[in-house]
Design a protein. Sequence first.
Lengths: 655, 241
Amino acid sequence: MTTTEAPTSGVARAAREDRLLVWVGDNASADALVRHAGQWVANTAVPWTAIAVQTPGATPSIEGRRRLLRALELAERLGAGTDSVAADNVLDAVVQRVREERATMVMIGGHPPDGWLDEGRRHWLGDLADGLSKRLPDVTVTVVQFPASADGTHISLSTVDRWRLPWPAVILTLAVVGLCTVLSAVLEQYLDAGTIDMIYLAGTVFVALRLGQTAAVLAVIGSLAMFDLLFVPPRWSLIPAETQSFFTFGVMLVVSLVVARLVEHARLQARVAAARARSTQALNELARELVGAKSERDIAAALTAAVRTTFGAHAVLLLPDADGRLQAAPEADDAVVAADPAAQRLFDDGDAPPPPGDGALRLLLRGVSDPLAVLVLHEWPDPGTEPEDRRLLDAFANQAALALERQLFERRSARAVVEAESERLRNTLLSGISHDLRTPLTTIIGSATSLREQHAALDDARRARLLDGIVDEAQRMHASMSDLLELTRLEEGTVHPVCEWCPTDELVGEVIEAFGERLRERQVRTQLGPETIVWCDSRLVQQLLFNLIDNALRHTRRGGTIEIRIEAQAQQWSLVVSDDGSGLPPGHEADIFKKFFRAPGEPAGSRTGLGLAICAAVARLHGGRIEAHNAGGARFTLTLPQPAAPPVPADEVPA
Amino acid sequence: MNSTHVLVVEDEAPIRQWLATTLAAEGHEVFEAATAREAETLAGNRRIDLFLLDLGLPDGDGVALIRRLRAWTRRPIIVLSARAQEQQKVDALDAGADDYLIKPLGVAELHARIRVALRHAAQTRLAGTSTLRLGALTIDLDARAVRRGDETVRLTATQWRLLEVLARHAGSVVTSQHLLREVWGPAHQEQGHYLRIYVRQLRQRLEPVPQRPRYLLTDTGIGYRLLVDVDEEVGEVFTSV
């Protein structure tokens, strides 16, 4: 069924599953057709696609190509899917596309057939509509007629181009015919006339292969004339004696036209295939680059590089800063890119017509909800651009938009995770701190008020016990505070280890000394290696060792053993503190380094849950690691990197 | 000994009161200042034998106050400081403080440090005390000799220079930077391990048990000090971290 409607006619009712396909030709009303389709679609919410068809030989004029491109762009803006396909003819392409997309409606359009197509193709649009109706009986075909406009007289060059034959081709064709004639003259005495036909056929096929159908026709006419003139009696006369030669040349004409057509088709296919391959490869490369992109700068670099290598065009990706002002990505070649108000408008309003005479192409990269960036191409070679190129560019931009959006989401989710984590940490800290401070404070306040209020009722021994309690608990609070302060300093990055070569016996000896009486009831074994020196910040590592020994002390019984071992290797050294105590809570070997971690069932210790967290922080600050295992008790292993052996001051002879 | 005049410079009233109470109980006469300005006024008007100085003062930098005091007095200055502020302690010691105490602190430690500082001050005031005693060892700064009983302990030139600097500041903490500068010269201030190695060698020569030093003590992260004629109580106090 075919309906013809004026652009202003009423809107057809569209069912839910409707789908519209619009064929856009390179004629002056392409834009109007798309606009009309867009209007119609806006009222019916039918999904639609606009396609352009490239046919063999029909190289569109520059003007036509530009119009086509604009029409497709417009269609995209109006919500259509767009595509540009290569096919033998428009009818086949549209039919195939309709079947692929399961479209229920086709819209084609143009001026009334007076003067906008060349004379020979006057009813072409009508023929197309008829063809479509015939081959797609279930599809509604709508032909939109536009009144002839000022440029309606514009003759599409596509049909002219197809038959045009440049001068060199004419000369080459005539030369081939001449060559065939010479060859025939030489071979005439050996061959009969029917075989000489074959020589001309060969020449004509060659011309058809290389120079296309016009040249082939020219070759056939030339061959016919020469053959008739020279080899068919009566000689030197164009009047043929036999009708057979007419038949021969008729066949020749058909064959050469078929050959020319086939070749042309094959060439187009090859060109399209090559272009497709190039596009696919370029897209794949860009996609690969974008997957590896770690920042917006990387994305901008990948996109601009892809545009440069694929189109030879210089592009800049403008990204919004915190205030939404567009800025060139920092690695852009021209360090200072002047503010681009047009791009900014496009970014802010979503749709802004390009300023006239600018010549730059601006593409808005959109995310799901927000605009993300604007790609600016200076000197986009618009006139020479195939719709395919433009589609490839859009695909590039879409890829980059996806990557940018992914980046944005990643950043947002990372921020959310960090915030949740720091909130959790804050809560842990607060509850840990308040526990660690309130417990000793209870004793201190209780004991002190006892001493004040019940002084008379207390004997000396009780008073002494209360006083000891106050001092001990105050010390414990002090230890908690110190640990907390130290851990905070270590973690906030204000502490930088000042590494030196430290003699191991000194390193360990001083810490053991610091424990004094407390270690009297344990057997402490050290295995430090003679004259071994290790690379570390002695204050931090001694603090770590202090915490490890303190930990061992609390988890071993009287008479238990604590072993401290240091082993130095070329690139690293390790400190092992092991005991024969109760060991680590199974399954919590890594958790014990967390702040305020207490194993299930472990009584609230005399010290905070921060000692081992400090150890972990010290190891981290040194670029090393600390691990805990159960090995007949707890075993802690600190491993720190160290540089090559130190310069040792030259020993002197005692005076 | 006459009662010692101690100037307590501390802006926190409870701490100042406690210090005044415990020092008075120990028989010292105590002057109290809450600001650097008060401290300087008092120091200028009274005879002060020892300064007990908090580094965080409301009206100025404690380190600057030490420098101003050091411009005219050699009396011992003991600094009160928080645990975490290593650099502040080093600055104070380099500015001329003799020792430091980490808050919070107990009375035993407080009085022990004060006694050491006062004894050291008294010793250097006495004429001709160029001889220091470390248990069985004697260090004679004029003769540049160390003797254990009658036997001479042999030291290399560098070992002696190190011991000499420590001995001239006996009882006081000498920062690592200061020692490196004095012994090896300004070009070697980064060579911390030189210092460690030579301190070790000195301990092996001087200490009865080198692994558990009693005279040449390390102040982790700060520097070293040489304790002379140490008594038991002081020894105990100094070994606590």
